[in-house]
Write a protein that binds this ligand. Structure first.
Ligand SMILES: O=C(CO)COP(=O)(O)O
Length: 151
């Protein structure tokens, strides 16, 4: 597929998500990195977002809780190019009722080529990258070209 360039500005829109067994880990990671994160626009699925607001006093755009559609909402925002990066503390050891939604979310993040971390160590790598703090160009599907070829 033909690609085009998308610019991620230095102020990024970041989705924060954690499965239940990893919510405490995400809360401490966010607290540890609050000085960096508070510069950006933050989104989160329902429970994660409410906990982060309470525990880390951050202002967060809270979506619906994951099992009730929140993962799909994040996926839709990624497809609309409204999310620049995703930190998802994903639990690989526990099956969830909404696993198809999680898979769909990860797929859309790959399609739209945004940086994602699905564990804490990768989140550390992302947040300590110079690219996190600056403007970045990424390659994404050229939607206009894609549509032109199909019509
Ligand atoms: O289920 C989730 C991710 O798949 C997260 O949803 P909550 O933040 O509502 O727990």
């Amino acid at each position: 597929m033909k690609k085009t360039i998308r610019k991620l500005s230095s102020k990024k829109s970041i989705a924060l998500i954690a499965h239940d067994n990893l919510k405490d880990n995400l809360i401490s990671w966010v607290k540890d990195n609050i000085i960096f994160l508070q510069e950006h626009t933050l989104y989160a699925t329902g429970t994660t977002g409410n906990l982060l607001e309470k525990e880390a006093s951050l202002c967060i755009h809270k979506l619906i809780s994951g099992p009730l559609g929140g993962d799909q909402q994040v996926g839709a925002l990624i497809a609309e190019q409204k999310i620049d990066m995703m930190i998802f503390f994903w639990d690989p050891l526990n099956p969830a009722a909404h696993d198809p939604d999680v898979k769909a979310l990860l797929r859309l993040a790959a399609v739209w080529n945004i940086p994602i971390a699905t564990n804490e160590v990768t989140a550390d790598f992302l947040i300590s990258s110079p690219l996190f703090h600056g403007e970045v160009e990424i390659l994404i599907p050229d939607y206009n070209e894609y549509l032109k070829n199909r019509l």
